[in-house]
Design a protein around this ligand. Structure first.
Ligand SMILES: [Zn+2]
Length: 342
């Protein structure tokens, strides 16, 4: 997700929890399982305007997050094995699964070597239309557009206006307006309008996908890694809760066959794009289940308790967020305490 508009991240209290070692006083909060979410894994950027910064962590931070998780006694498993592991866990056993959304090229280059070093399985959630270069990532397009321009012309619904984006503050404001526009009008329509404006402003949205997202050939290569698993992240990266039943089914079913073809592995899980409450609920979970998938992950923060309250088609996840790249924050997240207050 692209949670600039809807941040699901736990900012307040993380530092406090890390400092006071509160986890020792609320041991039950940690649960039996945790699923981490990542997007980009790559060296830190030095750019001043980076509205998607929270979607990027460094390989070093991933390495220290894995170490901390293993030091805390978590057993790493593939997401598709998590339910079985948690259900059959012996006392005091707890499990972790790592997931990466959107299928970024840097996942193969920078993240996979770190996972291999620790022999930790990982699941990539792949967007079929990005792999095939038929769809674009509006949040990256909006970033490139607002970064490269001093202004641009856009119709947010009240006629064409000039949007200033000379200063970083103006760039942020313009980015947020574009994000809100995508969220409030028909998503396909909004994305195509953004792409048209980007194209006429010298920003090529398809080239961004080409630069950032794994193609079929690289997926084939990654498929031979026994630690790598693959899950569905739809065709178009649309908000599934906003599309009709027929489209919903297509967005889930078509990527299953494509992923099997590209990677040689049958996907068993889905990450609902955006993952927040208004992007996935019982209808989307049921469609995924009927398509033969056995796990669904959201971006709602939380841990898995190993009780009948767990909904395996709408699991919570914990974001390893680019804005909080400290080992002590990972320890605070593992304590489960931050989610008691949400
Ligand atoms: Zn995504």
């Amino acid at each position: 997700m692209h949670p600039l508009v809807k941040q699901t991240v736990i900012s307040a209290g993380l530092e406090a929890i890390a400092q006071t070692r509160a986890g020792e006083f609320l041991p039950g909060a940690a649960g039996r399982g945790i699923v981490f979410t990542l997007h980009h894994v790559r060296p830190a950027s030095t750019r001043a305007f980076e509205p998607n910064r929270l979607l990027s962590v460094t390989p070093d931070f991933l390495d220290s997050a894995i170490r901390e998780t293993l030091d805390q006694g978590y057993i790493p498993v593939a997401l598709e094995d998590l339910q079985n592991a948690v259900s059959n866990a012996r006392e005091n056993e707890k499990f972790v699964a790592f997931t990466l959304d959107d299928g970024c090229r840097d996942n193969a280059r920078h993240a996979a070597p770190v996972f291999r070093k620790h022999a930790v399985p990982f699941t990539l959630f792949i967007t079929k239309g990005l792999v095939e270069r038929t769809h674009t990532m509006w949040w990256e397009t909006a970033e490139a557009l607002t970064r490269s321009r001093d202004d641009f012309r856009f119709d947010f619904g009240q006629g064409i206006e000039t949007v200033d984006c000379r200063s970083n503050a103006q760039k942020h404001r313009a980015f947020i307006r574009l994000a809100r526009f995508i969220e409030t009008v028909d998503e396909d329509f909004a994305v195509s309008r953004l792409n048209a404006v980007a194209n006429s402003s010298g920003v090529d949205p398809i080239q961004i996908v080409e630069d950032e997202i794994l193609d079929a050939e690289s997926l084939r290569g990654l498929g031979s890694d026994p630690l790598a698993g693959f899950g569905v992240h739809t065709i178009s990266h649309c908000n599934l809760a906003r599309v009709n039943d027929q489209r919903l089914q297509r967005e889930i079913v078509e990527p299953i066959a494509a992923l099997k073809d590209w990677t040689g592995k049958e996907p068993k899980s889905i990450a609902y794009p955006y993952g927040w409450k208004r992007a996935c609920g019982e209808r989307e979970a049921s469609a995924a289940h009927h398509a033969g998938l056995s796990a669904g992950v959201t971006t709602r923060p939380g841990v898995i308790h190993g009780s009948c309250d767990d909904n395996w088609m709408l699991l919570p996840r914990v974001s390893l967020n680019g804005l909080y790249q400290k080992k002590r924050y990972v320890r605070a997240l593992l304590s489960g305490i931050p989610f008691r207050f949400m």
